[in-house]
Ligand binder design. Structure first.
Ligand code: CP
Length: 317
């Protein structure tokens, strides 16, 4: 199975998504070896082009690329000619001129990755590392990998059929929520969206199995296999979407009381976390929390995505 680009989880069929998760298991075995290297991207140049801040995605892509033997170049808006006002077109044509094979891009504008993939400015592969409030497909893939691994172990060839997954909080501004909604459904899970009316867009609610404004009622009604808490994205808010942080935490946060009532459900968060706002430390640091596992699995999953690109060559031996 080969991909030209990865812009959205809607690009993936169930078979393609499962193939990426299965290959990620093989990559996780490579990551346990003393020499964590494969020749899949030997001779290829990968540019990580980050117009927005990142810790997890940027670092794990860089580690994944290096473990696949790529030549890696990091470009961020600060410290590059982007800060002098250079356009996306001129930046990407510069990268094409130095024969980059793959661009991994994070951008503040929704649709930027699709635009680049279709622009003709750059003939290599484009991976969306988060575009505005639109999508973050590799985050959803690493979340699916984490869920499958925690619940089904190293079983290959399977989706997430029948699992009840809650996505809770600032859904309106979350590219993680959009990518997860599509991918979890593709893999057969039931997706339940929970959040304040101001942060739960109707266009997404109608795509979910259920949607709720009341977190406590949802916990009463549904036995969740996992509860995915979202970061409040204050930097994307141009208005007041809830009365105060303490009100938000009281009604939509994963508090100690709600953590007790979700039983043995997994606690997920893409990071970075606002502790005490959308999630309390008792949940974030509990044995049911997968927060650091998600980061660890991000390396194997991103190695798998890179392996499945047309631009990659070589095998897994
Ligand atoms: N989950 C995520 O995208 O985190 P970063 O912003 O640190 O990359």
């Amino acid at each position: 199975m080969k991909l030209q680009h990865l812009v959205s989880t809607t690009d993936l069929t169930r078979e393609q998504a499962i193939a990426i998760l299965d290959t990620a298991i093989e990559m996780s075995k490579v990551n346990q070896r003393e020499i964590k290297k494969l020749p899949v991207l030997r001779g290829k140049t990968v540019v990580n082009l980050f117009y927005e801040d990142s810790t997890r995605t940027r670092v794990s892509f860089e580690v994944a690329e290096k473990r696949l033997s790529a030549d890696v170049v990091n470009v961020s808006a600060k410290g590059s000619s982007v800060s002098k006002g250079e356009s996306l077109k001129d930046t990407v044509q510069t990268l094409a001129a130095i024969s980059a094979d793959i661009v991994v891009m994070r951008h503040g504008s929704s649709g930027a990755a699709q635009y680049l993939a279709e622009s003709g400015w750059f003939e290599g592969a484009v991976i969306n590392a988060g575009d505005g409030t639109h999508e973050h497909p590799t985050q959803a893939l690493l979340d699916a990998y984490t869920l499958r691994s925690r619940i089904f172990g190293d079983k290959t060839g399977t989706g997430l059929d029948g699992l009840n997954i809650a996505i809770v909080g600032d859904i309106a501004h979350s590219r993680v929520a959009r990518s997860n909604l599509h991918l979890l459904k593709t893999l057969g899970a039931k997706v339940h969206l929970i959040g304040p009316p101001t942060l739960l867009p109707k266009a997404l609610a109608v795509q979910a199995t259920t949607s709720h404004f009341n977190f406590d009622e949802a916990i009463e009604e549904i036995k969740f296999d996992a509860v995915m808490m979202l970061r409040i994205q204050s930097e994307r808010m141009n208005a007041a979407f809830f009365p105060s942080e303490s009100e938000y935490s009281k009604f939509w946060g994963l508090t100690k009381s709600r953590f007790t009532r979700i039983g043995d459900a997994l606690v997920m968060h893409p990071g970075p976390m606002n502790r005490g706002l959308e999630i309390e430390s008792i949940a974030a640091d509990s044995p049911n929390s997968t927060v650091l596992e998600q980061v660890k699995n991000g390396v194997s999953t991103r190695m798998s995505v890179l392996y499945h690109l047309n631009a990659a060559e070589g095998d897994l031996s």
